[in-house]
Structures are given as structure tokens and as C-alpha cells.
Design a protein around this ligand. Structure first.
Ligand SMILES: NC(=O)c1ccc[n+]([C@@H]2O[C@H](COP(=O)([O-])OP(=O)(O)OC[C@H]3O[C@@H](n4cnc5c(N)ncnc54)[C@H](OP(=O)(O)O)[C@@H]3O)[C@@H](O)[C@H]2O)c1
Length: 282
């Protein structure tokens, strides 16, 4: 039985992944910000299949929550985790800040998942585990400024969201470079395609909700994107030098993400923002 942590488990793609891995008989550790929605999963799956489901509440808009989740997981699963799959993310129409002083999309989509991944490396290492993040083709529309977390005067929600997806990918590239030394251990980023979920309509104005509904009228159902994640969890030696995947295939990424100096700068700025240092031995 593999142990697979899924963040954003109450969402469209996260929920599909919880059901998929549970039905394959795995131990799914589902995290979300909403206890009621996590409990609904427990009710739905408790007697339904061969898997095991454990749930944890953690708000990614709070580093304190992420730290305590990581501590709990490190003590509960001392003998290792096989995969951490991140799908937690938010899209907001107006600028908001977290209690930690970061712009909300940047913290929930990039900084908090990066923090959890870095903190869980010691337990992932025990099973040559994989860190799988969810990025987007939208990363191609984004650039990294000289100072990665600097903010422009005018807040453009979609531009900011795209930047967080670029950072998901760049962070994955840098992390994969570091953990790849431990044979079998890898970091990957998945583009799921355009998927029918509520991400564009949950925390936005009517205008964004209508735009999202129009944009996703021909989008695919979340259940159809699980195969890429499944491939990355089960494939023993994923030889691809590229850590970016779409429909189970490696895919080239934007020029911005190919810039090694920028990728390193993003990794170091992320460490500094999180007050965490990459440690080869840890
Ligand atoms: N849908 C697409 O077309 C598409 C395309 C490319 C990439 N993606 C990426 O796919 C991933 C999954 O998105 P989705 O489309 O499945 O959206 P979704 O249904 O909105 O799922 C997002 C998940 O993140 C959770 N979340 C939001 N804010 C949080 C917070 N502060 N703390 C903890 N969890 C939080 C949500 O919790 P609640 O259930 O409580 O809201 C939900 O579980 C995201 O990384 C997204 O960027 C999606």
C-alpha cells in the first residue's frame, strides 16, 4: 500500500485523485482547508473500497498551519511517504494578503506547497518518494521579475495566478535537480489541461465567474486527468530529463523556466521567504 498525500483534496482535481488512489487500494492522506468537505469524503469512501483514507485540515494561507501539518505527518509516517501531490490553489479577483504578509495566490499556490514539500523531504527520502505539483500551460504567459516576490503597482489577478504556476514549475525544476541524486526520487510538475472545476468561480466577482464558465464550457472532467499523476507515482524509473508532464508525456517548457540562473534565483528566494534551507542530508 503506497502512502500518498494529496493537498487540495476537496477540489475538482484533488478530489478525483483521492477517489482514484483510494480505489487502487492506496493509503490516501487528504489535506484541505475545510473540515466538513473532508468529512464528506470519509463518509463517501469509508466502506467503498480497498484503500485507506486519513484527513487533515490545514489552511495554506497560514504557514503556522503548514508547519504543524508537516510536524504531524513526519511523526505519523516516520517510515516514509511515497508521494506528495499538490493540487491546492486559489484564484482571486482582488488582491488579498495572508496573515504571513504574502499575496494570497502566491502563498497558497506556491509558497505553502513548497514549504510542505521541503519539510516532508526526510520522510519522502525513506521511500524514494515523488513530489508532484500542479502547474499550468499558463506558465508561458508569466515572467519572473528581478526580485521574484516583488509586486507591481496594479494587481492583475490572472497575471499573478500565471506567475504562481510559473513558480510551481521553476521550483519543481530546481528541486528535481537537487533530489534527483537519490536514485528514484524525483520532483514533477503536471499540466492537467483545461478542467471543469470551480477554481475560477469560487472567490471571484460575477465577471470572472462568467468568464470562467465560458472558458471551461468544453473543458474535460477532473476524472480524466488522474492518469498523468498515476503514471508519475507508479512508474519505477521515470527517465525523462524533463520534469514537466502533460497527458503522461514529458513536455518542453517556457524559455523563462529554462533559464537556469532564474530557476536558482527563484529557489533561493523561496527558501528565504520560508526561512527554510535546503539540506542535502535532511
Ligand atoms: N481547472 C483547470 O483547468 C486547471 C488548469 C491548469 C492547472 N490547474 C491547477 O490544478 C490544481 C487544482 O485546481 P482545480 O481546478 O481542481 O481547482 P479547485 O477545485 O478550486 O481545487 C483547489 C483546491 O485548493 C484548495 N484551497 C484553496 N485555498 C486553499 C487554502 N487557503 N488552503 C488549503 N487549500 C486551499 C481548495 O479548497 P476548497 O475546496 O476549500 O475551496 C481545493 O481543494 C491547481 O493547482 C490549479 O492551479 C487547474
Amino acid at each position: 500500500m503506497k502512502r500518498i498525500l494529496i493537498s487540495g483534496a476537496t477540489g475538482g482535481i484533488g478530489g478525483a485523485l483521492v477517489r482514484y488512489f483510494f480505489n487502487r487500494g492506496e493509503h490516501v492522506i487528504a489535506t484541505g482547508r475545510n473540515r466538513k468537505r473532508l468529512d464528506a469524503f470519509k463518509q463517501e469512501l469509508s466502506s467503498a473500497g480497498p484503500g485507506k483514507l486519513t484527513t487533515h485540515v490545514a489552511d495554506f494561507a497560514s504557514f503556522a498551519d503548514v508547519h504543524s501539518l508537516a510536524e504531524r505527518l513526519k511523526s505519523d509516517y516516520e517510515d516514509g511517504l511515497d508521494a506528495v501531490i499538490h493540487t491546492a490553489a486559489v484564484f482571486v479577483g482582488k488582491k488579498r494578503y495572508t496573515e504571513d504578509g504574502h499575496e494570497l495566490q502566491m502563498q497558497v499556490n506556491h509558497l505553502a506547497p513548497a514549504l510542505l514539500s521541503l519539510e516532508l523531504l526526510p520522510v519522502l527520502r525513506k521511500r524514494r518518494g515523488r513530489v508532484i505539483s500542479t502547474t499550468s500551460e499558463l506558465h508561458r504567459k508569466a515572467e519572473m521579475p528581478e526580485t521574484p516576490f516583488s509586486e507591481s503597482r496594479i494587481y492583475r489577478p490572472l497575471k499573478q495566478y500565471a506567475r504562481t504556476k510559473l513558480y510551481n514549475l521553476m521550483f519543481t525544476i530546481a528541486l528535481d535537480d537537487r533530489i534527483g541524486e537519490n536514485k528514484g526520487m524525483r520532483a514533477f510538475a503536471v499540466h492537467p489541461g483545461l478542467v471543469k472545476t470551480d477554481i475560477g468561480s469560487k472567490e471571484t466577482s460575477l465577471r470572472w465567474r462568467l468568464l470562467w464558465r465560458f472558458a471551461t464550457r468544453k473543458a474535460i472532467d477532473p476524472g480524466r486527468v488522474v492518469y498523468t499523476y498515476s503514471f508519475l507515482v507508479y512508474e519505477k524509473d521515470t527517465q525523462s530529463a524533463l520534469p514537466y508532464f502533460y497527458r503522461t508525456q514529458p513536455r518542453p517548457y517556457s524559455e523563462e523556466a529554462r533559464d537556469k540562473a532564474k530557476v536558482e534565483r527563484l529557489f533561493e528566494a523561496t527558501e528565504a521567504a520560508l526561512d527554510v534551507r535546503w539540506d542535502k542530508e535532511n
